[in-house]
Structures are given as C-alpha cells and as structure tokens.
Design a protein around this ligand. Structure first.
Ligand SMILES: [Zn+2]
Length: 376
C-alpha cells in the first residue's frame, strides 16, 4: 500500500522543529537539506553516492527538464525516478524562478509567462496549469505551485502586486494538481521583506490548503539580516502542522539560523557548485583547495569527516586534481560538500531532539569563526 503524504512533528526546541515527512517514495527526516539535481542529475555524483551522503530527497528543475529532454519523453520512459535512477522522493520547482533568471525575451501577464529558451531560442509558454502538468508528467513527489519570484530590491506596492498574482496562480495550481496518495503540492509564500504582505500571502494559501508551505522570494540579494527578520515575522503565521521549506537557501550559517526560526526544508546549489570550483565546506568554515598552501599538505580536508574524499585522499592530491582540471577533483569535492551538509543536518536534528539547539548554534558559530586548520 502506498504511504499517505503526511508530516509529523516529533519535537521542538524554542522555534526549531524536528519532524518527519512521509511520501510515496520514502520518508524525509527534517530539518532536511535537498541536493539540487537540476537536469535530472546531481552534478558529478551517481544517485548511490548522493544517497550515501545521507540525502533522502533531491530537487530537480522543471525549467531545464521542460526544455531538455522534455517532460513527455521522461514520462514515456517511466518518470523521473526511473529515468535518473533515484527511487527516493523528488521535489520539482515550478520553473518560474528559472524563467525569470535564465530565459530570454520574457513576457509576463495574468495568464502566465512566455519566453525564449536560453538553449535554442524556441518560444515556450509556462502557466500555472502547464507547470503543474509538467511536474505531474515528471512524476514529482512534491510539486511546487507556479509563482513569480519577486525580485529584489522592490517597493511595497510592486511586491504586493507580484504576491497577489502569485496567489491567483496558487489557486490555479491547486485546481490543476491531481491528488495521488503519497504525493504533495506546496504553496509558496511571497511578499518580499514586508511582514503584512507575508501575512496576507499565508492567509491566502492556507485558505486554498496545501500539503506544505514554502517561503519564496528570499536569498535574492536582501542579505542574511533581512532574511532572518522576514522569517521571524513569517514562520509564526504559517500552519504549524505542515512542512516549511525555505527555497534556495543556503550557506551553512543561513541554514542553522533559519532552523532556529522554524524552517524544516532547504535546497541550494552551494555544496555542488562550490565542489566544482574547488571550494570545500568544513566545520571551520570554507576553504579553497586551489590555494597554494594545500599543495604539499598530506592531511585530509577534514580528519573527522567520513566521506570518500577525506578517508582516502590528501589535500595535496585534491589540490592537484582541481588545478589540473581533473573530473575526479569535482567528484570528490562535491561528495565531501554534500556529506558535510548532511552531517550538519544530522547534528541539527540531534540538537533539537536533545533540546540543546541554542548551545549547538553557539558552538557552530564559534567553530566556523576559527577558520581553516593552521598550514603545515
Ligand atoms: Zn569529507
């Protein structure tokens, strides 16, 4: 029997929440980090390797998949899980954000967005109905409502118009979504940094009713202070019994701070993209393995990390691989970074379970501030 889509809160510590989201394709312990698999692949990683880092769900991008290879082809090949050989839960975004950031000659109106592909110039249309139909064809475990990601900076009047358009699109997204056991549809709260708009957006979405609620329109250049202030005003108004997903966030300290403000789910290209440019995350902040100080360093990236890059290879070797442009360099650093992010989420969940999240937060910040280990 297929599992129903449900979210259970098992503990809280102040505003930090510990929970579990059950879906048709498996369960997700929250707070959770979702690696980004834009084009039906987490770049430089096999699905087995992604799962070995501890990830329980991945995110794929509707915009990229609608352009190439196309949702109909993926559906004909058995859906996204079979196509990419990831049997676990998959969340797809609605495509709206990438249309705004990547596509050319965009036109947006009440109906939706028309645009030219950044790949071959072909014209496409994306509407709430089309976005939901594409995500259905992909067989996404979690479908996101189609919205307009309000750009930054923005005045309150423009943010209000953008948010209200997204709320009308949320209604159309909900009307199009075909409910199936174990599958869910998330609405997206907009309203930029304006608390009254966020409150209006939450009321509108809760009136429609969704399986989860995302906070959109943050991490778009407003800075961490404004992002945290917005979360502080927003999450207390969100339905308590549904998962809360902060889209596109973020750096490790963004995640820790957002968990403290009541967020359950995250996604970001940071660990994967950084892994391909030589940047590694550790408990003591980030480092660039290209730096000459690592050239003769026989120690691992992080002696305490259990990932393949740290168990089998020296900083000197990783430095050499990345400097030489070897594919294995990107693979190992991506693996390490995803492993670090998942270890961070495990530590966060343990701290909430043991009701010592505040102490964890202080220790995390202190360790990050230390910086990388001394050069040899
Ligand atoms: Zn490692």
């Amino acid at each position: 029997m297929t599992a129903s889509f449900r979210f259970e809160l098992s503990g809280t510590d102040r505003r930090a929440r510990l929970g579990r989201l059950t879906t048709a394709h498996g369960a997700i312990d929250t707070p959770a980090f979702m690696p980004v698999g834009t084009a039906a692949t987490v770049k430089a990683m096999t699905p087995d390797a992604v799962a070995a880092t501890g990830a329980q769900i991945v995110l794929c991008n509707t915009y990229h998949l609608m352009l190439r290879p196309g949702p109909e082809r993926i559906a004909a090949l058995g859906g996204l899980h079979r196509f990419m050989n990831w049997p676990g839960p998959i969340l797809t975004d609605s495509g709206g954000y990438q249309v705004m950031s990547l596509a050319e000659r965009r036109h947006i109106d009440e109906h939706g967005v028309t645009f030219q592909s950044h790949l071959d110039g072909r014209r496409y249309e994306l509407t709430p109905e089309r976005s939901i139909a594409i995500q259905h064809a992909l067989d996404a475990t979690i479908t996101m409502a189609f919205d307009e990601c309000t750009p930054w900076p923005v005045d309150e009047k423009t943010a209000a118009e953008s948010m209200r358009l997204s709320m009308r699109w949320a209604e159309r997204s909900s009307a199009t979504f075909v409910a199936r056991p174990g599958y869910g549809l998330f609405g997206i709260v907009q309203g930029s940094i304006y608390p009254e708009l966020r409150a209006e957006s939450i009321a509108a979405l809760a009136g429609i009713g969704f399986d989860g609620y995302a906070v959109g329109g943050l991490a778009v250049g407003e800075g961490q202070e404004r992002m945290f202030a917005t979360l502080e005003a927003t999450t207390p108004l969100m339905p308590r019994d549904k998962p809360r997903y902060l889209m596109g966030v973020g750096r490790p300290d963004d995640i820790v701070g957002a968990v403290a403000r009541g967020i359950d789910m995250f996604d970001c290209v940071m660990p994967t993209r950084s892994g391909r440019t030589g940047q590694a995350f550790t408990r003591r902040g980030s480092l660039n393995i290209r730096n000459a100080r690592h050239a003769e360093d026989s120690r691992p990236l992080n002696a305490a990390c259990r990932c393949p890059a740290c168990r089998g290879y020296s900083r000197a070797y990783l430095h050499h691989l990345v400097r030489a442009g070897e594919i294995l360099g990107a693979m190992l650093l991506t693996w390490h970074n995803l492993h670090y992010y998942q270890d961070l989420m495990t530590d966060i969940r343990m701290a909430i379970a043991e009701r010592r999240f505040e102490g964890f937060q202080a220790a995390f910040a202190a360790e990050q501030a230390l910086g990388d280990i001394e050069a040899l």
